[in-house]
Design a binder for this molecule. Sequence first.
Ligand SMILES: [Cu+2]
Length: 152
Amino acid sequence: MTKKPRQEMAQRRRRARHMRSIGYGAVVLGVLTVAGALLVSAFFKPAPEPMAGNVVDITADMSGFDMPEILVKAGVPVTVRLTSLDNAHHTDGGGKHQWAVDELGLNIIAPPEGSQYTTFTPTTPGSYGFYCDICCGGRANPTMQGTLIVDA
Ligand SMILES: [Cu+2]
């Protein structure tokens, strides 16, 4: 008489344990999937499309521009394309970066994990500062600056 309910109880407990382990498994799987997706997006940066013409590709992320100097020739049209490697989850600037040269009236802003470009013909040889004023303390940050050199 007392044996049957006890067996039933044990069975019910086993079933509950089984359901719980399935629940944990689903949670672990979900966490691993999200972590994997974040890792993939962190290591595989999108490359900008190939572009015709005289193109200078420069990238920026939270650690700065990937080139401190850009060399161009006076009188020769050039396209400067800025690619932001940061995603929209960055609290500092939302993943956007800027490439601006005040003296030449150039100012482009690359969207998170995207590119923006400007085409211009430098006329006056000299050194011009470029900067990003969106993130990381803005243009005061030495990694968010560089020099555009216009050669004669
Ligand atoms: Cu920036």
